[in-house]
Design a protein around this ligand. Sequence first.
Ligand code: SF4
Length: 381
Amino acid sequence: MDLLNTLVDKGLRRESPTREEALAVLATSDDELLDVVAAAGKVRRHWFGRRVKLNYLVNLKSGLCPEDCSYCSQRLGSKAEILKYTWLKPGEASEAAAAGVSGGAKRVCLVASGRGPTDRDVDRVSETIKAIKEQNESVEVCACLGLLSDGQAERLREAGADAYNHNLNTSESTYGDITTTHTYADRVDTVQKAHAAGLSACSGLIAGMGESDEDLVDVVFSLRELDPDSVPVNFLIPFEGTPLAKEWNLTPQRCLRILAMTRFVCPDVEVRIAGGREVHLRTMQPLALHLANSIFLGDYLTSEGQAGKADLEMIADAGFEVEGTDQVTLPGHRATAGGGCGSHEGGGACGSTPAARTEEPRTDLVAVRRRGAGTDLAPNA
Ligand code: SF4
């Protein structure tokens, strides 16, 4: 397929596909799927070998958010029966983080619900980061606390944070349909603040919210422009009790195409399979490792993932290896230059939007998290 040969060549040169090429990846048929995975897999192996980076989520503060992000079980007015608790103490959070690290995680992601942190919240998280680094100085710490005010990214950096996550989630043109309490521009601003403070920027998307192929390509091209070091790709978990509860739009094949398109557009960036991996990729998860070089180990913020042991077995069975703390995640040019996703080519007319195949909602695969941080039960790691 000429398209795939072109995309592999461009990926190895860190050159951007055109919008038409990215749309064409999303429009491939199921018969072409293994060819698409093989092509994007070449790009993945060129930049990241067979390594899989493991990340571990610690939900520092769960639920009761004043924002109205439609996809989120912690949103204002959510009826989802999730765990709700206020800030974990630094000792509790570092204990939860230690479970993930001993399970093989290289990065700990400290997440808190809310619009953004107060300065007191930044103090709290700074104490938590210090507690985690005292236990294990080689662990990477990423903070995800919402919209940042001036100076907060610098304070987190000083406290030892390595990275900051804030996702763009969807295209600029549909952002207002998903959230009304803040804007797409607010999100871009926070990613830029993190970058400017010397934090490794992590910013990604959520697929499956009813968006078009054009929206998906838009958000991935916008991410390329923002040049984060890591791009988490979430697949919507349609929680009962949220406005998107009926949005069961994804198939395993569609998820693989989305990951392949993301890899072609961001060839040398850590592409991470995030929430919804087990729910939507299901038995196709091992194929997705040929596209992404990073996953979350264990549970998500408000839902349970498959057992950490099953994650490790899957990685080994698929012929991949867990990335160690002595291995550098990013290719040399990114690790040293602090960015450089390659040239960016945009523009052009949009391709067609194939209808997503519908299937029976797999609500049986959505399990509200009842263990780990904020409970008395052992975490999954
Ligand atoms: S995504 Fe974050 S800001 Fe939006 S509702 Fe959920 S916790 Fe609040």
